[in-house]
Design a protein around this ligand. Sequence first.
Ligand SMILES: Cc1ncc(COP(=O)(O)O)c(C=O)c1O
Length: 400
Amino acid sequence: MFILLIRRVTINQTDFFQDEKPEEYEKVLHELDRRLSGDWSFASGKVLGSMCTRPHPVAVQAFERYIESNIGDAGLVPGLIELETEICSMMGGWWGNPKVSGRLITGGTEANILALWTAKTLAAPGRREVILPQSAHFSLEKAASILNLELIKVPIDALGRADLDTARAAVGPKTLALVAIAGSTSLGAVDDLPAWAQLALDEGLYLHIDASFGGFVLPFLENTGRSSPDFLWREGYSSVAVDPHKMGRGPIPSGLLLWADEGLAQATSRSISYLSGGRTRLNTVVGTRSGASVAAVWTVMRHLGERGYTQLVDRVMTDAEWLTSALQEIPGVEPVLANPVLNVVGVRPLRRRAAEISQSLRQKGWALSQWNDFFRIVVMPHVERRVLKVFLSDLQEVLS
Ligand SMILES: Cc1ncc(COP(=O)(O)O)c(C=O)c1O
C-alpha cells in the first residue's frame, strides 16, 4: 500500500482502479486548469457583484481534511454533529439567542425553502399565503412554487425596507407566514425586524428572517462604532437564515437555518432507518450533506471569532462608505443609498440606462450585478480599495 499526499488529501490504494496511474494526475489537472482558465475568480478582485467570496484559508484546510464526510449520516459522525450544534449556538449567540436549534445546509435558498416548509407543516390547512417584502430573494419564489404557496409582496420604501402597514393589512385567514429581510440582495436593506416580530406575535404567525447576507454583518456593526439596525433575536422570530458562504468566509456550499426551538426544528423531520450510522432523524431538504462544510465553517468561526468578524466588517464597511462618497463626486451617477446600511452599494446612472453602463463595464473586465435602474457592488472581503479606484476611473471613462 502506498500513500500519496496532494495538499493534505490522503489517497489509499483502494482509491484506484486496477490500471490507474496517479502519475497521470498532472496531465488531467493541467487540462482542468486550462479548461477553467477563462472563468472569473474572486482572486482577480474584479468580481464586484457577488455576495460570495474567497473562503478563509483556514476554512479551505478544514474542508480538505474532511472532504469525504457526510453529516447526513449522523450516526457515523457524532463529532461533526457536535460541531454543527456549536456553529448554531455561536451564531445564535451573536444574534442574541444561543438556545436556537439549527442545521448547516447548502445556502440561503435551501434555508428559505426549509423555513416555509416548517411553517406549512405546522399551520392549519388552508393557510397558504406568505407576506414578504418586494425586495425578497427569488429563492422564496422557488419555495412558494415547490410548496404550493402564494406570495403577497409588499412595497418597499426609498431605503429598501418593506412597508409594514401594507403587510399588516394583508394578514388574513389564509396567511401562513411572514418573511422579513435582514440584508436585501439588491441594496443590503434591513427591514424593521422588531415591528415584524410584533406583527407575528399579534397575529400568531410564523416569522422567518432572511439574513442570508446580513447575518454575518449585523452582529458586528456596533463593535465597529457604527449604528446598527435592531436585529437581535426576540420573541416572534421563528427562524433565521444566515449564510456562512457569503460574509462568513465559509466554503460554498454553506448556509445556516436557525429555528427558535427544537420543536420547530423537528417539524419536517423524518426518522430514517437505513443509514450506516443507524437510525437518525433528518430535517433538511437534502439527504447527503457536506461534513466538510461543517468542519470548515466551525473552524473559520472559531478562528475569526467576534474580534475577527468585527475587523472584517469594519474593513468592508469602511470601503463601502468610501465608495459611496467617491460616487457622489462623479457626475452622471449617484449612490442609490446615501449611507450604506451594509456593505452593498447601488450605483444609479442619471442620464444613461444602467444596463448599458454595466454592460460597457463588463467589457472592461468588471463583473457587476444589474438591477432595474441601477447596478450594484457588494464590497466583499476580496474587493480591495485599490481595485475600486481603478473601477471608478473605468466608470468615468464609460460615462464620458
Ligand atoms: C437575501 C438572500 N437570500 C437568499 C439568497 C440565496 O442564497 P443562495 O444563493 O446561497 O442559495 C440570497 C443570495 O444572494 C440572498 O441575497
